[in-house]
Write a protein that binds this ligand. Structure first.
Ligand code: T4K
Length: 369
């Protein structure tokens, strides 16, 4: 096979037509209103609530600050049960709120938190569960809700990967006390950088809006130790434009995903993703677990790289293996997550990935089978 010169990266941002964005930002030059909850910010919030079919949502500058401030708003204390099979953000948000993450193992089917292992980790210090709908795979939301109710725990879902998805017809934003979304450039729906908290109880609206603006309630009152996590007007415009096209983008991702499945299904030693029952998927990622394949995940990762195909090892290393947590946490307590983390690789997936490029990637992989 000829070596390609133009690399294929793990993803590529979706952008609206340039004119659409340019036309919408023009009025900003008249108003000079750039940030601090402007008209476009309000409009995007309104449109996202309608799109997700939910009542409560507050925008943030990114998904990470959405999670940090959801934790702060719910006044979590002590220990939080979470997963190490995730992006750095989930664990860091807990630690940066001065809380202790307690790592629950994942299940080997969809890589979300193994709900059967949660209760054994609950102590008198536990205040919440923060599971992750990793790769857009829904957690066992019913089981988790049951456990949370029984032990009076809060639940915040890290739904960073789950935009546009529903489970039994309800948006990912409708589960738990709160769910956070990421609208980063690499996500199915992006606002360049961006994020949101969707939540169950209306009182959180005021608190989250204050927290993201330094805890200021009005010019005379600063009530919380907040920070600055506001989405600006340019981000909001990108969101409004991208939202018009997101369903088509998801449909294109479906075609790419199905091509991968068609080509790779049945290959010995490759575990492929599948759509969960009752879930309307968004095809955010294409994780493949190399388990019993002719070469290891790392060998394949290097081999693809030599051919200018830059897959990623999301999510390796596990967060409980990070250097910054050395001496505090260990992956020995989460053996399934460790096993998957050492073998998983996400293949390039984005709306405009050409099917012939998918074929090329698959041929490279199958050539080593
Ligand atoms: N929780 C979970 C479970 C998450 O996965 C994330 C973020 C968060 C919370 C926090 O949400 P944010 O605060 O980020 O909103 C990327 C993203 O930066 C990050 O948002 C995402 N998860 C994570 C899984 O992936 P990196 O360090 O791998 O990104 P980077 O710069 O290597 O980009 C990956 C590829 O994306 C590039 O090879 C090409 C493409 N790309 C990238 C950028 C920046 C584009 O096409 N356009 C771009 O502008 O973290």
């Amino acid at each position: 096979m000829e070596k390609r010169t133009k690399p294929i990266l793990v993803t590529r941002s979706s952008l609206p037509p340039y004119e659409e964005f340019a036309e919408m930002i023009r009025p900003i030059w008249d108003t000079a209103w750039l940030t601090n909850m402007g008209d476009y910010h309000k409009e995007l919030e309104r449109q996202l609530k309608a799109y997700m079919g939910i009542d409560n949502l507050v925008l943030f500058v990114n998904g990470h600050m959405a999670l940090e401030m959801a934790i702060q708003a719910l006044e979590l204390t002590g220990e939080v049960i979470t997963t190490p099979f995730t992006f750095a953000s989930t664990t860091h948000a807990i630690v940066r709120n001065n809380l202790t993450p307690v790592f629950c193992d994942i299940n080997p089917e969809d890589y979300t938190m193994d709900a059967d292992k949660i209760e054994a980790l609950i102590t008198e210090k536990t205040s919440a569960i923060i599971p992750v709908h990793v790769y857009g795979n829904f957690c066992q939301v019913d089981r988790i809700e049951e456990i949370a109710k029984k032990h009076h725990l809060k639940v915040i879902y890290d739904a960073a990967h789950t935009f546009g998805e529903t489970y039994r017809g309800k948006s990912a934003g409708a589960y738990g006390d709160a769910s956070i979304f990421s609208f980063h450039a690499t996500k199915v729906f992006n606002t360049i950088e961006g994020g949101a908290v969707a939540f169950r109880e209306e009182w959180m609206d005021h608190r989250l809006n204050c927290l993201k603006n330094f805890g200021i309630v009005d010019q005379d009152h600063v009530v919380w130790v907040g920070g600055n996590a506001k989405m600006n007007e340019f981000q909001a415009v990108m969101g409004i434009c991208n939202l018009r096209h997101v369903d088509q983008e998801i449909e294109k991702r479906r075609l790419v995903t199905e091509r991968y499945l068609e080509r790779l299904e049945g290959t010995k030693g490759l575990k492929l993703p599948h759509v969960q029952k009752d879930v309307k998927p968004n095809y955010a990622y294409f994780p493949v677990v190399f388990d019993g394949f002719a070469c290891s995940r790392d060998e394949m990762w290097r081999y693809l790289g030599e051919h200018q195909i830059f897959a990623r090892k999301y999510f390796y290393p596990l967060t409980n293996e990070f250097q910054c947590y050395e001496g505090h946490f260990t992956s020995q307590t989460t053996p399934v997550a460790k096993y998957i983390g050492d073998r998983v690789m996400t293949l390039p997936l984005y709306a405009d990935l050409a099917l012939r490029d998918v074929d090329e990637i698959c041929s490279l992989i199958l050539g080593r089978a």
